[in-house]
Design a binder for this molecule. Structure first.
Ligand SMILES: NC(=O)c1ccc[n+]([C@@H]2O[C@H](COP(=O)([O-])OP(=O)(O)OC[C@H]3O[C@@H](n4cnc5c(N)ncnc54)[C@H](O)[C@@H]3O)[C@@H](O)[C@H]2O)c1
Length: 443
């Protein structure tokens, strides 16, 4: 039995612990029962994972910027270092990969890791094109139950996510009709930065560009602080998906968790004038979703950069909530930010007699520590993670379809089964990105 199978079997049955190599202690965190982790992208957001991955064995560190290794090795002295994630994933003893790189490489690394039977935690957004989202989901679905996946939408562990979901499911606002999420972050750029100097020694800029078309180096892409540098590049089409991938991943998650939707049947969007270099700041997109087994058909909307849904009452100023969600039901509205919520019963029949609060015992169980939920699932992959690659890919595929509709400037019909726009041939061109030679999305 190989190492990974041993870990899974031991965790699933408890029995494998009896055959641990001599000298190893029993128990989930015993040395013989730790995951071998590769961290790809060791600085910035990567730093936020140090504490949780240090509970496991960190065996590989990968970063395009070699200057980041000295500090990372102080924390993880036994790890091998790499500048090219493709080489890193060749290391045979890796069980699980944490991806904290720039957005335009997420789906690539996730696919390559899944295809090599590695568990994956991928920072948000999981993908920046519809095709990327679909490939990652399809790959993972063939290994669901064997490999654990999680997208870094860690706000999901906040208890408010469950409370909102329960209120919607339990009918606190009657029958759900529509849901809206928004974010007010506005970072404007005119276009790709002009070339300015050479990359510093040790920074492999061409590997940073990876699959994306060439753009000359400019230090402006790398001027942000740790964990905020993504705001220096994520608005450019070749490097990210703007606020859809950024705060949109977190805020749509608040809505997505409650509406229990899969792929939309249509998308339409409008926003500021199209810029071939930069994703729109102000934009809104609307999606139709079919009924499921507990609700009728709904519309889902995303607003960003100043666009906002209409408030149900002039006295309620939704713009006071920077990143939030609102749900419209037959008996009222629910408005939520990340950690609190309010219900507005609406209309003569909205007497709440139809709603029965849950008892403490029947509340949805808490997610707990978000990264640990994934570690636990790596050791017992039949356990569920909150933001696995099916839930998260569906969510980001919908959001990215909004950008496609924005680009063609009309309402499009979508067939989620085939991944094709059925009534607007030119829209299908925008479902995928063009990659540089030598880079394979599903390798
Ligand atoms: N979950 C959250 O709340 C949260 C918060 C911040 C950032 N993020 C996400 O984390 C990711 C990184 O954001 P950041 O601000 O740390 O960016 P960053 O530009 O600082 O990059 C992080 C690290 O990854 C390295 N890197 C970049 N591309 C690489 C590649 N192809 N191979 C190996 N290393 C590579 C960089 O050199 C850097 O050390 C983004 O996708 C962002 O959306 C998530």
């Amino acid at each position: 039995m190989d190492r990974r199978k041993f870990i899974n079997t031991a965790a699933a049955t408890g029995a494998g612990l009896l055959i641990l190599p001599s000298g190893a202690r029993a128990g989930k965190n015993a040395p013989g029962n730790k995951l071998n982790i590769a961290l790809i992208g060791v600085w910035g957001r990567g730093l936020a994972h140090y504490d949780s991955i240090s509970e496991e064995n960190v065996v590989a560190l990968c970063d395009v910027n070699e200057n980041r290794f000295a500090d990372a090795l102080k924390r993880f002295p036994n790890a091998k270092t790499y500048t090219d994630w493709r080489k890193c994933l060749e290391q045979k003893d890796i069980d699980a990969v944490v991806i904290c790189t720039a957005d335009h490489t997420h789906a690539f690394i996730a696919n390559w890791a899944i295809n090599r039977d590695m568990h994956v935690y991928c920072e948000k957004p999981l993908a920046i094109s519809v095709e990327e989202a679909r490939t990652v989901r399809a790959n993972w679905l063939t290994k669901k139950g064997k490999l654990a996946t999680q997208v870094g939408m860690q706000r999901h562990a906040g208890l408010n996510f469950n409370r909102v979901s329960e209120l919607i499911r339990d009918g606190a606002i009657g029958d759900l009709q529509a849901a809206y999420a928004w974010g007010n972050r506005q970072i404007r750029r005119d276009g790709y930065l002009i070339g300015d100097g050479a990359p510093p020694a040790g920074f492999n800029y061409d590997l940073w560009l990876g699959p994306s078309p060439y753009h000359p180096y400019n230090p402006g892409y790398f001027s942000g602080g740790a964990g905020a540098n993504c705001l220096s590049w994520n608005m450019f089409w070749d490097f990210g998906a703007g606020q859809i991938g950024d705060m949109g991943s977190h805020t749509m998650d608040l809505l997505w968790n409650a509406v229990d939707a899969k792929l939309p049947t249509s998308a339409e969007a409008k926003g500021e004038k199209f810029n071939p270099d930069v994703t729109p700041v102000e934009c809104e997109s609307h999606f139709e979703h079919p009924a499921n087994d507990w609700r009728g058909p709904i519309t889902v909307s995303w607003y960003q950069g100043g666009a906002m849904p209409r408030s149900p009452k002039p006295s309620i100023d939704l713009t006071k909530i920077g990143h939030g969600a609102m749900f419209k039901g037959s008996k009222g509205f629910l408005i939520s930010d990340f950690d609190s919520r309010m219900i507005i019963p609406f209309g003569d029949n909205a007497d709440m007699s139809y709603y029965k609060p849950r008892t403490t015992e029947t509340l949805l169980p808490p997610v707990g520590h978000f990264q640990k939920q994934w570690f636990d699932a790596c050791k017992n992959p039949s356990a569920k993670t909150a933001c696995d690659f099916e839930y998260s890919a569906n969510m980001i595929e919908q959001m990215l379809l909004g950008l496609v509709a924005y680009r063609v400037g009309k309402k499009i019909s979508y067939d989620g089964a085939t991944g094709k726009v059925t009534d607007c041939p030119e829209a299908n061109e925008f479902l995928s990105r063009k990659y540089r030679d030598g880079w394979t999305l599903n390798g």
